[in-house]
Design a protein around this ligand. Structure first.
Ligand code: NCD
Length: 328
């Protein structure tokens, strides 16, 4: 693995290696000193052309916990046309010696362009491109599901049923999750009003439904998506009230879930729209835990792409002891 652009590129072995490595990283995050010397001397650039709170901070925390140097580059507001600005920025970052570039961009395919155009040698990590993909979000979601739904044994999500609900059309989180969860053997059902179901969904490895109540009763995890009004140029549903009534998760609806099921949301939430405040803050909600797990998953991704490339001959760490060994 040289870049992390799409969960569709990950084999089951790659995905499981990332999740297992993240497990080791999480144990580091629970220590009093949350830092490993693994990426000392390497530079990670956070290149964000689009707004972000948790993803940017999470990547920054992850890189710093691995002792990398971090440069934050908020590229939003650049007046240069997109293709040019991306190329010029890439050449600048190359000249500065960036080892990894974490990129969020409004245009689908921008991270792949950066990885393949030959402007820069760095490892490229997609932190969300348009409505296309958000692979580290899907990995942290799968990681969170695994901790709750497959806490022991083979840790497999095989046969686990996941409902992804709401504005699927605009959601890079939904696409990355659908691809990754299928690779991991889970069964995904997308639930959305017909206007917010993506085009070509027939080719996705998922089931679809317009009826949330029926799907909830047989779900192990339900992932509520933010209604992305900033990506909407038309009326996709009659009113916010009508949307919530049919596709929002409130406590009455949550009661239809099996006892063990968890409630997820990638954030930022529109409380009262796709999810009510009491559901978001309920004991079934793992939303805050998703954020914690995000740092561990991004540490794993940076570690495997950066030190993995450097010591290509050596195998991945079995334990955190291996991560620190010989590098302190
Ligand atoms: C998501 C994103 O930006 O794609 N948020 C995130 O990364 N945590 C989902 C969203 O914006 O709704």
């Amino acid at each position: 693995m040289r870049h992390l652009l799409s969960t569709g590129d990950l084999s089951r072995d790659d995905a499981v290696l990332l999740l297992d490595t993240a497990e080791e990283m999480l144990s580091v995050a629970q220590r009093p000193i949350k830092k490993l010397p693994t990426l000392r001397g390497q530079t990670v650039v956070n290149l964000f052309f689009e707004d972000s709170t948790r993803t940017r901070i999470s990547f920054e925390a992850a890189a710093k916990r691995l002792s990398a140097d971090v440069i934050n580059f908020a590229a939003k507001g650049s007046s240069v046309s997109k293709g040019e600005s991306l190329k010029d920025t890439a050449l600048t970052l190359q000249a500065m010696g960036a080892d990894a570039v974490v990129i969020r961009h409004g245009a689908s395919g921008a991270p792949a362009r950066l990885a393949r155009a030959g402007w820069i040698d760095s490892a490229i990590l997609n932190a969300g491109d348009g409505s296309h993909e958000h692979p580290t979000q899907a990995l942290l979601d799968a990681f969170t599901m695994r901790r709750h739904l497959a806490p022991s044994g083979d840790r497999s999500l095989e046969g686990r049923r996941v409902a992804i609900v709401g504005d699927v059309l605009h959601s890079r989180v939904a696409r990355s999750n659908a691809l990754l969860l299928a690779t991991l053997g889970a069964e995904v059902t997308l639930v959305a009003p017909p206007t917010l179901m993506p085009y070509g969904v027939e080719s996705w490895p998922v089931e679809t439904s317009y009826d949330l109540d029926t799907v909830l009763a047989k779900s192990d995890a339900v992932m509520m998506l933010r209604v992305q009004t900033e990506r909407m140029n038309a009326a996709f549903f009659p009113s916010a009230r009508e949307y919530s009534r049919r596709y929002g998760l409130d406590s009455r609806r949550m009661a239809k879930l099996p006892e063990h099921a968890i409630v997820m949301h990638p954030g930022p939430m529109n409380r009262g729209m796709e999810i009510t405040a009491d559901v978001a803050d309920s004991v079934r909600s793992v939303i805050v835990e998703q954020v914690t797990n995000g740092v561990a998953v991004r540490m794993a991704a940076l570690y495997l792409l950066l030190s993995g490339a450097r010591d290509a001959a050596t195998t991945s760490p079995a334990t955190t002891a291996d991560l620190t060994e010989g590098q302190a």
